[in-house]
Design a protein around this ligand. Structure first.
Ligand code: SIN
Ligand code: CO
Length: 387
């Protein structure tokens, strides 16, 4: 696995000086850079149903977008015009690409989205644009010229285009050529444009996500609505005769307002909902659930044998500490309360995607039952298993 050299990249100073603030070119900070995926393999993923892919082709002033899955013979028909293939969530399908996320886990897992991989021929690029999210653009293979501009927002003028959001006024302020292993960090809103300098350009975009206030309000209130019982209603047993029956009295308004704000402001319930919301999996064709479900005895035996476990790269894991020392574990949108040994296991599970459980956790019946549930729902697998 490629790991970052702490002498060449310091996460703490990066977070302090650049994260969400300004772009940064990081010249090959890897101990040893190895490109984790071949162009042919990416081309194959672009043809697979159930995998999100796009092909952007044509001259820079006439880019055309096609959505995958692409027909097998599509690449041969492209001719000499520049093109770029972009495949989303490659980390879900290729363990070596999932390993690329590991060095960036100084940023919390819930902020990480996925690894998009692009392949481009000479002159290929997706045009000048800005993204809503932070991204580390890791040059995998070949060379790419990146030009970086200023801050944009929804008022920034766009070129007329049916499907691509391309900037009409792109004014680069920096210009870099990235070689294999180099990384360009781009914060949200910053204009950028990449152009391939050869026929073998592969770029890995480690992308992050940040919920918008609209998404949060929408999700949280929908959850509150689901929870609200129809008989949970306004009551006024202390009602007294009022002068004007048309008035909505201040006491009534206070009570109504409290009915809403109490629920909206419930931080504990919010933490539980947000854990579920932020670990909800993306729709995926990847199913790791075993053909024959595990029973706790089998699981106990594997743990006693020291069999390592692997997290499904398409699954999302997170936890929230509770004040009583227990934790709420979230896996793929489902919350589980874990106390004692199970809480220790939950923390271990959230810290590493490869794990081995030893005593006393391996002998705890609650831990065994938790692992059995996770194995059977395909979020976890024994490394000798069928995943
Ligand atoms: C690319 O890899 O070609 C595009 C990545 C990006 O600009 O976000
Ligand atoms: Co971009």
């Amino acid at each position: 696995m490629s790991t970052l050299d702490p002498a060449r990249f310091d996460p703490a100073s990066f977070l302090r000086d650049y994260w969400q603030k300004k772009p940064l070119l990081i010249r090959n900070p890897w101990k040893e850079w190895r490109n984790p995926l071949e162009p042919d393999e990416l081309a194959g993923l672009g043809c697979e149903p159930g995998i999100e892919s796009r092909l952007i082709s044509g001259a820079a002033d006439a880019l055309a977008l096609e959505h995958g899955p692409l027909p097998d013979d599509r690449y041969d028909a492209l001719g000499t015009a520049p093109w770029t293939l972009l495949v989303q969530a490659v980390d879900h399908h290729v363990p070596a690409v999932a390993d690329l996320i590991q060095p960036f886990r100084f940023i919390p897992d819930w902020r990480i989205d996925d690894v998009m991989v692009s392949f481009a021929t000479t002159g290929g690029g997706v045009g000048a644009h800005f993204d809503q999210y932070d991204v580390f653009l890791v040059q995998g293979l070949g060379r790419r010229r990146w030009r970086v501009g200023g801050m944009c927002d929804e008022t920034s003028p766009l070129l007329p285009h049916d499907s691509l959001r391309l900037l009409a006024d792109f004014e680069p302020v920096a210009d870099y050529v990235l070689e294999p292993g180099d990384i360009l960090y781009v914060p949200p809103g910053i204009a950028h444009e990449g152009t391939s300098l050869g026929n073998d350009c592969m770029t890995y975009s480690i992308g992050f996500r940040a919920p918008s206030v609209g998404e949060l309000v929408d999700g949280w209130t929908e959850h509150l609505l689901d929870e609200a019982g129809d008989d949970d209603r306004y009551t006024d047993p202390d009602l007294t005769v009022q002068d004007n029956p048309g008035a909505i009295a201040p006491e009534a308004l206070d009570r109504l307002h409290t009915m809403v704000t109490e629920r909206l402001a419930d931080k504990q319930a919010f933490a539980r909902w947000f854990g579920e919301f932020s670990t909800a999996p993306k729709p995926s064709e990847i199913d790791w659930s075993p053909d024959t479900p595990f029973d706790p005895e089998q699981v106990a035996q594997e743990l006693a044998d020291g069999t390592p476990m692997l997290r499904n790269p398409a699954s999302r894991f997170a936890f929230v500490d509770r004040v009583d020392g227990a934790v709420i574990l979230f896996v793929d949108g489902q919350a589980r309360d874990c106390a004692g040994d199970s809480a220790d296991f939950a923390r271990l599970l959230c810290a590493s995607n490869h794990l081995r459980v030893s005593e006393p956790l391996a002998e705890d019946s609650e831990v065994i039952s938790l692992i059995t549930g996770l194995l059977n729902s395909g979020c976890l697998a024994f490394e000798t298993g069928e995943a």
